[in-house]
Design a protein. Structure first.
Length: 166
C-alpha cells in the first residue's frame, strides 16, 4: 500500500513522454528487439496525438545514408501502436490490438532524424470502447505522417484491429 503511493508520487514527477519512452524501450527489449535497437523517443503523447522521433544513425540508415525503409515502418508502428496501448489503460475488458494492414507512400529520402506523428487518438479510443462493449472485433484506420523538419517524407495508413480477450 505505502509502496503504491510512493510509486504514484514518483510517477507524477516523471513527464508522460519520458514514461512512454521508457515503456516503448522496455517493451522493445523484452518483446521486439528491433524496436529497442532503433531507439525511439516519445516526444509527445496525449489522448489525441502522439509524436515519436527516431534518430538517423549507424543502425537506422541504409547505404545511401538515408533512413532504411524498415525503420520507417517501425516508426509508424510504434507511433500508432503507442496510441492504441495508451487507449487500453484503465478499467474495462482486456483487449488485443495489432495492425493487420499497412499502406505506405514514400515521398523523399529522410536524411536526418524522423518525427512520426499520429493524430487519430480519438478514433482509436472510440474503436476500443466499442470493442469493449460489443466484444466484437473493431477495425480503425490509423494515419501516421513522417517528417524531417517541416518536410513530409512518408505517409502511412494502417488498419488497427482490436478485439476483447477471451
Amino acid at each position: 500500500m505505502i509502496g503504491d503511493r510512493v510509486f504514484a508520487r514518483v510517477q507524477k514527477l516523471i513527464p508522460r513522454s519520458l514514461q512512454a519512452t521508457l515503456f516503448v524501450r522496455g517493451f522493445g527489449l523484452a518483446k521486439v528487439p528491433l524496436m529497442f535497437l532503433v531507439a525511439p523517443v516519445v516526444e509527445e503523447l496525449d489522448d489525441t496525438r502522439c509524436v515519436v522521433r527516431i534518430p538517423l544513425n549507424f543502425l537506422t540508415k541504409n547505404h545511401l545514408h538515408s533512413m532504411y525503409l524498415g525503420v520507417l515502418a517501425v516508426g509508424a508502428d510504434v507511433t500508432g501502436g503507442l496510441m492504441a496501448t495508451d487507449a487500453l489503460q484503465g478499467p474495462g475488458a482486456k483487449m488485443n490490438v495489432l495492425f493487420k494492414e499497412m499502406h505506405a507512400e514514400f515521398l523523399r529520402r529522410p536524411t536526418a532524424a524522423v518525427r512520426f506523428t499520429c493524430e487519430d487518438g480519438a478514433a482509436i479510443r472510440a474503436a476500443i470502447a466499442r470493442g469493449r462493449e460489443s466484444g466484437e472485433r473493431e477495425n480503425v484506420p490509423v494515419r501516421v505522417s513522417a517528417t524531417v523538419g517541416d518536410e513530409e517524407v512518408a505517409r502511412f495508413e494502417m488498419t488497427l484491429t482490436a478485439k476483447r480477450r477471451g
